[in-house]
Design a binder for this molecule. Structure first.
Ligand code: MEZ
Length: 571
């Protein structure tokens, strides 16, 4: 339940509702969409990316001297868990055709396509368990141009416009043209898309879409897709091996500069394992758990940007790592679920963002960065937010309108996840609005790829959120679900093709020594060891008592702890 002191604000929301319902029933927008100048002003004034300390130049690596998100620069200016001589590369522990790092949607798709199209075997190495990933958590849907009034060209134009015309065109083309085929691929595997009475696919609007294009499985879209992909992976144990709780910590190269696998770290046994692979696919997802600028996040526990740092140390270039996506509607209250996603589909279905007096202050379906910045402005500059007991702030998202617009029972039927998420804290979203605030949601940039998912490093492929270029500096809703399917499949196709031909040379981790030298030469002084692997939520007093490096402790990393102990004691 909401605390008593919010009652007056809730009363005002209820009071303005009938007039807003009338507005919503008319064909015109309920609030004037912003002009290009207004959009620029709100972004520059209030989007967290534009805060003075949001970016700083990175001092090492392929993007040296480029201004990146500050936390990303910190992440890249860090030490490896490994030294080059710490593992025996002459006798790899495992050998495979494809090593796929990450067990979310992109990784599963890659393994399946490499097997189906090229007969290639894969190892999927995952930090937690297969499916413990952002892919599983996506709610509102997947964009694909499947309706009669739509086309991949329209989808292309919307995606490019949403990305401020900075997207890599060849990637957007691949995304939008492969889209309808992906819908069929997933349906053939068993995904039950929401359908209309006549059996046609149901499509909805999302922010920045000129046509209804959002396919869904209620608000469990990611869970439905992942369940299906995981079942299919498990159907082929002879071809696809899944290694749970085995995150990759570094890529392995060969003496010709090609990627040749990775070193894994077992969270169970605390040992390193080497995998020699003809091609390697990074499908590690994003970095929400870095809590950039202190924001809450919608992201999965394992989303710590691991693929970025491994690829970067090996020499792969990053793109648009100065741009972060804050989902406009993360939960602000109840605080037990602060930052959790409130799907954009709620606004697509008629939910309206309101200030503390129950007044609309922004068009509900602006592109994400604009909508998020407008909500921040409302709270920070206009004082229109409601403060929570712990000092968070939020604006209302008026969900009761949805049943009023579409009929009683619509919310429970179409948004069962959202209904459950709130009812367990005594908030019935069919009767009361939700209190929301932007939440760190997506890594807009990533490792630069081409339409074959190739990077600058032969044999290294990247798919899904870990990659950069596709979404420019702002992704539209539902394009990431399509992204991990389209580019996961493409990674499997092209990494599989490459694996058939390549003959690897001598394995090496020399790039780690070179990177360490670069850090030293650039005068970088840091205690940070990456990949982060698991975020630490230990309170400050506990951190001080932790054996190793304060807030950046690899759980149970005996090998590393011994090494650092030796270094510190001068042994
Ligand atoms: O693409 C997304 O991020 C998505 C579908 C999120 C949502 O609002 O549901």
């Amino acid at each position: 339940m909401y605390p008593d002191y919010m009652a007056e604000s809730l009363r005002k929301v209820a009071q303005t509702r009938p007039a807003r319902l009338e507005l919503a029933r008319k064909p015109d927008p309920v609030y004037p969409p912003m002009s290009a100048e207004e959009r620029r002003a709100v972004l520059e004034g209030f989007h967290p990316d534009f805060e003075a300390s949001a970016r700083r130049p990175v001092r090492v690596g392929p993007n040296r001297d480029e201004s990146l998100t500050t936390e990303v620069s910190d992440l890249l200016e860090s030490h490896s868990w490994l030294r080059s001589n710490q593992v025996n590369l002459d006798k790899p522990d495992f050998e495979t055709d494809l090593l796929i790092i990450g067990g979310g949607g992109a990784g599963c798709n890659a393994a399946l396509v490499a097997m189906k199209e090229h007969g290639m075997r894969s190892i999927i190495a995952t930090k937690l368990r297969m499916g413990d990933a952002n892919s599983m958590m996506s709610q509102g849907g997947m964009q694909a141009a499947v309706s009669r009034t739509d086309s991949p060209t329209r989808h292309y134009l919307d995606a490019i416009g949403g990305g401020h015309f900075e997207n890599k065109p060849e990637l957007v083309r691949a995304l939008t043209e492969d889209g309808p085929g992906v819908v069929k691929w997933l349906e053939d595997l068993g995904v039950c898309w929401d359908k209309q009475q006549d059996g046609a696919l149901k499509v909805m609007h999302g922010g920045g879409t000129s046509r209804k294009r959002m396919l869904s499985c209620r608000d469990y879209t990611g869970a439905m897709i992942m369940r299906t992909l995981m079942d299919e992976v498990r159907n082929h144990p002879d071809m696809i091996t899944v290694k749970d709780f085995m995150p990759a910590v570094e890529l392995i190269m060969d003496d010709k500069g090609r990627c040749a696998g990775a070193v894994l770290y077992s969270l169970d046994s605390e040992e390193f394992f080497t995998v020699k692979a003809k091609s390697t696919v990074i499908a590690t997802g994003g970095y929400g758990r870095l809590h950039i600028r202190g924001y809450d996040t919608t992201n999965h526990y394992g989303a710590t940007g691991d693929g970025l740092v491994m690829a970067y140390r090996a020499g792969a270039k990053l793109m648009y790592m100065d741009s972060v996506q804050y989902h406009p509607t993360g939960v602000s209250f109840p605080e037990q679920i602060a930052g959790f996603l409130v799907t954009e589909a709620i606004r697509g279905a008629g939910g309206q963002p309101l200030d503390k007096d129950g007044e609309l202050f922004v068009y509900p379906r602006e592109p994400r960065d604009i909508e998020a910045a407008a909500i921040i402005r409302e709270c920070v500059q206009n004082g229109g937010g409601v403060t929570t007991p712990s000092g968070r702030v939020g604006v209302w998202l008026d969900s009761p309108l949805i049943d009023m617009l579409h009929g009683e029972g619509y919310t429970e039927k179409h948004f069962p996840a959202m209904y459950r998420q709130f009812i367990q804290y005594g908030i019935d979203i069919t009767k009361l609005p939700m209190l929301i605030y932007p939440s760190l949601h997506y890594q807009n940039g990533g490792i630069e790829i081409n339409e074959k998912c190739e990077t600058d490093i032969p044999g290294l492929y990247v798919a899904g959120e870990a990659s950069g270029g596709l979404h420019g500096r702002n992704r539209l809703m539902g394009n990431s679900v399509l992204d991990y399917n389209v580019f996961g499949r493409r990674a499997g196709r092209y990494a599989g093709e490459y694996a058939r031909k390549v003959k690897l040379g001598k394995l090496s981790l020399a790039h780690l020594d070179a990177y360490e030298k670069e850090l030293k030469d650039a005068g970088v002084k840091t205690d940070l060891v990456t990949p982060v692997l698991l975020p630490s939520y230990a309170p400050e007093d506990v951190k001080k008592r932790q054996l190793l490096r304060g807030d950046n402790t690899l759980p149970g990393s005996t090998v590393l702890q011994n090494r650092l102990h030796e270094e510190r004691s001068g042994a």
